[in-house]
Design a binder for this molecule. Structure first.
Ligand SMILES: NC(=O)c1ccc[n+]([C@@H]2O[C@H](COP(=O)([O-])OP(=O)(O)OC[C@H]3O[C@@H](n4cnc5c(N)ncnc54)[C@H](O)[C@@H]3O)[C@@H](O)[C@H]2O)c1
Ligand SMILES: [Zn+2]
Ligand SMILES: [Zn+2]
Length: 352
């Protein structure tokens, strides 16, 4: 696969796990917008990539020294495995870990070409090699297709509202971009007891789905002034929390101005390297107060959050299944990218 070129299915050589590593038999892996960003060269130029990073499966083999999982465990993979030793971990802020763990050995093509696994996972494959710390054991009663989505988009969106945004009972929130990430932020806000939950998207179909996840109001961003409409729905003040889940400076600017005084703007959408901060008078930044916070993976802790969200899902309190628009085969990922671009799906999930 090269920059902007269609993805293809290839034979991948997966080494036996070394110290601290595990080989996971992938059961399901969601197609995330970040995979498409990789394909377009929007993340880095380390082609060829082994895409796929929203995965659940069973541990096939573990290397020496692995104690957190054993073969047969049902796990969700994560792309920010906390190291416990870096300066952020040592300061008691492991969710911001600066040295997150990945496998040290490389997976390759049959001819020896080294592959770059997307987000250190690479799970559009029957098996993948990861750091054992990237494996979080969860209740095997969960469907793999739904559980795998926790590995990225759903966790990032949930955490963007919950942890980064600190959404709580009675709060108002506006979520800009209602894909898998934005809808997870909406579902999280509902679970937390937010009373005004505003979904903003360009696509009416996305807005209808957002209502199913808990949006109390919707705004089509293609028609009229978005900031004014968020304000009109929040007593003229703006929302307590605004979540940018697109990855677009124009949308960040809307989120910034659509917030109440001292409110929080969370940026969970990933920008491309060419994008710049919206220009605005500095007095606006100062005068409005509050916080402007990027959200890496929703400030989650996989070992805390994956089992918790699986339990809530199994109790019928978190609608993980609703994010699965369709299940597809491994050779249908390219089609799934196009469906995502056309807004036809929340998540296509490859089932192996
Ligand atoms: N920060 C993280 O840790 C993290 C994790 C996962 C994904 N992401 C990022 O989150 C973003 C969303 O991911 P996704 O999988 O939900 O993507 P998606 O393509 O499924 O959803 C994006 C949504 O934004 C809408 N949109 C586009 N332009 C808009 C605009 N101008 N105003 C309002 N809505 C608009 C689209 O219609 C679509 O519904 C991506 O940038 C992705 O890379 C970040
Ligand atoms: Zn660390
Ligand atoms: Zn992702």
């Amino acid at each position: 696969m090269g920059k902007g070129r269609p993805v293809s299915v290839e034979v991948v050589v997966v080494p036996d796990p070394g110290p601290g590593e595990a080989v996971v038999r992938v059961q399901a892996c969601g197609v995330c917008h970040t995979d498409l960003h990789y394909r377009e060269g929007g993340i880095n130029d380390d082609f060829p990539f082994l895409l796929g990073h929203e995965a659940a499966g069973t541990v096939a083999q573990v290397g020496p020294g692995v104690t957190n999982v054993v073969p047969g465990d049902f796990v969700v993979l994560n792309w920010r495995a906390v190291c416990g030793n870096c300066r952020s971990c040592k300061r008691g802020r492991p969710w911001l870990c600066f040295e997150t763990l990945n496998a040290t050995q490389k997976m390759t093509l049959a001819d020896g070409t080294v592959l770059t696994p997307a987000l250190g996972i690479g799970a559009f494959a029957e098996q993948t090699l990861v750091s054992a710390a990237q494996c979080t054991k969860v209740d095997p009663a969960a469907s793999p297709a739904a559980a795998g989505l926790l590995g990225c988009g759903v966790m990032a969106g949930f955490g963007a509202a919950t942890y980064t945004g600190g959404i709580g009972r009675g709060d108002s929130i506006a979520v800009f971009g209602c894909g898998g990430v934005g809808d997870a932020a909406i579902a999280a806000a509902k679970l937390a007891g937010a009373t005004t939950i505003i979904a903003v998207d360009l696509d009416d179909r996305k807005l209808a789905w957002a209502q199913e996840f808990g949006a109390t109001h919707t705004i089509n961003a293609g028609a009229g002034d978005v900031v004014e409409r968020v304000k009109a729905l929040t007593g003229g003040n703006g929302a307590d929390v605004c979540v940018e889940a697109v990855g677009n400076p124009k949308v960040l600017e809307q989120a910034f101005f659509a917030r109440d005084l001292a409110g929080t703007v969370v940026q969970v959408g990933v920008p491309t390297p060419d994008m710049t901060m919206p220009a605005m008078p500095l007095i606006e930044f100062f005068g409005r107060g509050g916080a402007l916070k990027p959200s890496w993976y929703g400030d989650c802790l996989p070992t805390r959050d994956f089992p918790m969200l699986i339990d809530l899902y199994l109790q019928g309190r978190f609608p993980l299944d609703k994010f699965v628009s369709e299940t597809i085969a491994l050779d249908e990922v390219e089609d799934a990218f196009h469906k995502m671009e056309r807004g036809e799906v929340l998540r296509s999930v490859v089932v192996l």
